[in-house]
Design a protein around this ligand. Structure first.
Ligand SMILES: [Zn+2]
Ligand SMILES: [Zn+2]
Length: 185
């Protein structure tokens, strides 16, 4: 459901997202349109990637501002269904947008794209219908893949952190204790 908030609204919508973060950057005093499905999914992404913060570089855009930043004036940002984000891990480092794209795919965002050459900024939106899986360093004309895990050659364990790969074991042979690490392959 898309809700309109007035320009001074400071509603904390979920634990980590405030409506003011999605305000149009044009400087005008118009309303902010925001789809609560977008916020719900961003909150899921925050938890899935174990973030310390997610910075919203661009949320809602009015038609004029969308055109000013190179859009066509009717894209997902103008509907309140999109956000350009940078995700940070618990040590304060930016999380690769390759990982963000994979996690966003798993969560079910309809539109997902890496949007900068350093692979740190990601566009996500909650469009329905045909999916958009992009990599704007390659093209903006078409989806580059139907599976980011394959496209970026990542496994679930690369995205969500590795489970413990070894366990300490001790064996007793003829009264002597042997200790060591048993590695899982
Ligand atoms: Zn605006
Ligand atoms: Zn965007």
């Amino acid at each position: 459901m898309i809700i309109s908030y007035n320009s001074t609204d400071r509603t904390q919508i979920t634990e980590h997202f405030n409506v003011s973060e999605f305000r149009c950057k044009c400087g005008g005093n118009h309303d902010t349109k925001l789809d609560n499905e977008l916020i719900r999914k961003l909150e899921e992404l925050y938890k899935a990637l174990d973030c310390s913060k997610i910075i919203v570089n661009s949320g809602y855009r009015c038609t004029a501002h969308d055109k000013n930043v190179g859009g066509n004036g009717s894209g997902q940002h103008t509907k309140g269904t999109a956000a350009d984000i940078v995700c940070y891990d618990k040590t304060g480092k930016k999380i690769s947008s390759k990982k963000v794209c994979c996690a966003a795919q798993y969560i079910g965002f309809g539109g997902i794209a890496n949007i900068d050459s350093t692979y740190t900024a990601t566009h996500v939106d909650v469009r329905t219908g045909v999916k958009w899986y992009g990599d704007e360093t390659v093209t903006t004309a078409y989806s580059v893949t139907d599976d980011f895990y394959k496209y970026y050659k990542l496994e679930k364990s690369d995205v969500y952190g590795k489970e413990k790969r070894s366990i300490n074991v001790s064996v007793i042979v003829d009264g002597v204790i042997y200790s060591g690490e048993l590695k899982k392959e």
